[in-house]
Design a protein around this ligand. Structure first.
Ligand code: C5P
Length: 223
């Protein structure tokens, strides 16, 4: 079964937070009838598990044990529903604080090693769209199709701000911009699996593109 799955085609979509990877990946997966891996939600789930157990972020051993023990279930409908050890954590996943802690545990090579197989297991027929930071470089280096999707920090912050306001969550544009820039730096500067473009990836800057145009460009790559 695993051998068969290893033959499943993979499209990787990497890039910084807020570039539109989630929306694009979900819609492309839906159009193709492929599975979808939101790898950020795995790091975010670990962040939530670590917070729940009140583990110090300097305690690498404890973080690794939590990562090893975590049982995650993903239900991919219109919205991604995630349960962690049987508890629905969907509403906590999108919080800015969760993303910030996720990027702090994500710098740990031991953590990335534990989470590697969990991500590879998503490679199932008829195919997989994998969204993250190191999908094309580390997790699925042999993927047939790779995209690097980015946008300026200002545009990404504006989009995030609008999303929060629409959800009636209090938000501050200047603070979101500086949080996004801090997370970018942490993701790009870390030693293990930093955010980087695979050399064969298609580069798309979505700053001034409607999401429909981005999706079209990605689908053209597959077709
Ligand atoms: O994409 P998202 O914002 O959900 O990811 C949260 C954090 O998880 C990122 O800032 C990054 O530090 C980490 N991450 C990662 N590798 C991935 C996906 C996410 O290091 N493949």
């Amino acid at each position: 079964m695993r051998n068969l799955s290893l033959n499943a085609p993979v499209l990787t979509i990497d890039g910084p937070s807020g570039a539109g990877k989630g929306t694009v990946s979900r819609l492309v997966a839906k159009t193709l009838g492929w599975h979808y891996l939101d790898s950020g939600s795995i790091y975010r789930s670990l962040a939530i598990a670590v917070q729940k157990k009140m583990i110090d972020l300097a305690d690498v051993k404890a973080i690794v044990s939590v990562a090893e023990a975590m049982v995650l279930e993903f239900e991919c409908g219109d919205e991604l529903i995630v349960t962690l050890n049987g508890e629905d954590i969907t509403h906590q996943l999108g919080l800015e604080a969760t993303g910030s802690i996720a990027s702090q545990v994500a710098v740990l090579p031991e953590v990335r090693q534990v989470l590697l197989q969990k991500q590879k297991d998503f490679r199932q027929l008829p195919g997989l769209v994998a969204d993250g930071r190191d999908m094309g470089t580390v997790v699925f280096p042999d993927a047939e199709n790779k995209v690097f999707l980015t946008a300026s920090a200002e545009k990404r912050a504006e989009r995030r701000y609008k999303q929060l306001i629409e959800k009636e969550i209090d938000a501050n544009l200047a603070r979101i911009t500086s949080e996004i820039e801090a997370r970018d730096r942490r993701d790009m500067d870390r030693e293990t699996a930093p955010l980087a473009m695979a050399k064969e990836a298609l580069y798309i800057d979505s700053s001034d593109m409607p999401i429909t145009a981005v999706i079209e460009e990605v689908l053209n790559l597959i077709r």
